[in-house]
Write a protein that binds this ligand. Structure first.
Ligand code: ADP
Length: 305
């Protein structure tokens, strides 16, 4: 499988702080890749280094085989970055901004017009094409950012927290559009705090913490490798005090029951026995694998790196 992006021992120091501590991994062409991690993990630094906006202290990054520093012109063309904020420009309309941006990449004529028209249409911006960017709502600005990132038809689309602060409708529109781009063969790399979204969308995820990769795998493999399963237990007497070995496994208390985290290798009979010893009157039990959020919390809270 060809590689879309390669990170090789990427280090970034900000004075005393090491924001990236030698990060190495590959993103395959055509992947829908999630870069996850708590605030301050180094995600934006890594994405900005990939886009040439941050220069690594050491190490290197290749996009489709081109070095992001030595071959900046090629990699700039191959990448489309959707940043978190749009710097509004009072002098240009949305359409003019898109025309300028695509002109910068050497696109012109009928093909350029057609593609810009299509982007405006798909992102529900057609009726705002002539509006200045400082007249737009937050959601519209987000859509303009996506249009700008896509205007030169990049092979790799990088989205930095695309749904932060976005309403449900726009979120759905954005994901439908992104999924379509992925189906058309674009490689998608995204950072998000919404782990449910990442679980549903990403075929592969990396979990970063303190400038290092803590886990990287196919999403389903990561979930199934997790050592715990989760038991939801409904009871008629939720106020009962749990005995210590059971209380240790409690992850959530609900009005009519509990959720316990249990080792996959442990005996279910033993766990049920602990419930009995606690005096719980169990009315229902269901078992499920971990969610990505649970895997994430488990990996990022265990003593850190
Ligand atoms: P994330 O995107 O995962 O929240 P960042 O990449 O923004 O993390 O930040 C990683 C670390 O680097 C943080 O500790 C942050 O404070 C620090 N950092 C990021 N940018 C700069 C900068 N320009 N100057 C100094 N420190 C920075």
């Amino acid at each position: 499988m060809a590689l879309a992006v390669q990170f090789n021992q990427v280090v970034k120091n900000y004075e005393d702080l090491q924001a990236l501590k030698g990060v190495s991994f590959d993103v395959e062409e055509g992947a829908f890749f999630g870069l996850l991690g708590p605030n301050g993990a180094g995600k934006s630094t890594l994405i900005n280094a990939m886009s040439g906006l941050v220069v690594p202290t050491s190490g290197n990054i290749q996009v489709q085989g081109y070095d992001v520093i030595d071959d900046y012109r090629q990699t700039r063309r191959l990448l489309g970055l959707v940043p978190q904020e749009l710097i509004a420009d009072p002098f240009f309309s949305i359409k003019e901004l898109l025309e300028l941006q695509s002109g910068y990449f050497g696109m012109k004529g009928a093909e350029q017009k057609r593609w810009i028209g299509e982007l405006l249409e798909r992102l529900a911006l057609s009726d705002k094409a002539d509006a200045n960017t400082n007249q737009l709502s937050g959601g519209m600005k987000r859509r303009v950012l996506i249009a700008m990132a896509l205007v030169h038809k990049p092979k790799v689309l990088v989205l930095d927290e695309p749904t932060a602060g976005v309403d449900v409708d726009l979120r759905r529109t954005l994901w439908e559009f992104t999924k379509e781009l992925h189906q058309q063969g674009h490689t998608i790399i995204l950072t998000t705090h919404y782990l449910e979204e990442a679980e549903a969308l990403c075929d592969r995820v990396a979990i970063m913490q303190k400038g290092q990769i803590k886990a990287l795998d196919d999403t389903q493999t990561l979930l199934s490798k997790h050592p715990y399963r989760y038991l939801r237990v409904n009871v008629s007497n939720p106020k009962v005090d749990l005995i210590a070995p059971l209380a240790e496994r409690l992850v959530e208390k609900e009005s009519n029951g509990f959720v316990f985290q249990v080792d996959k290798t442990s005996s279910m009979t033993e766990t049920l026995g602990l419930m009995e010893k606690s005096g719980l009157d169990v009315t229902d039990v269901s078992s499920r694998d971990a969610t990505l959020e649970e895997v994430f919390l488990d990996l990022t809270s265990e003593g850190g790196v």
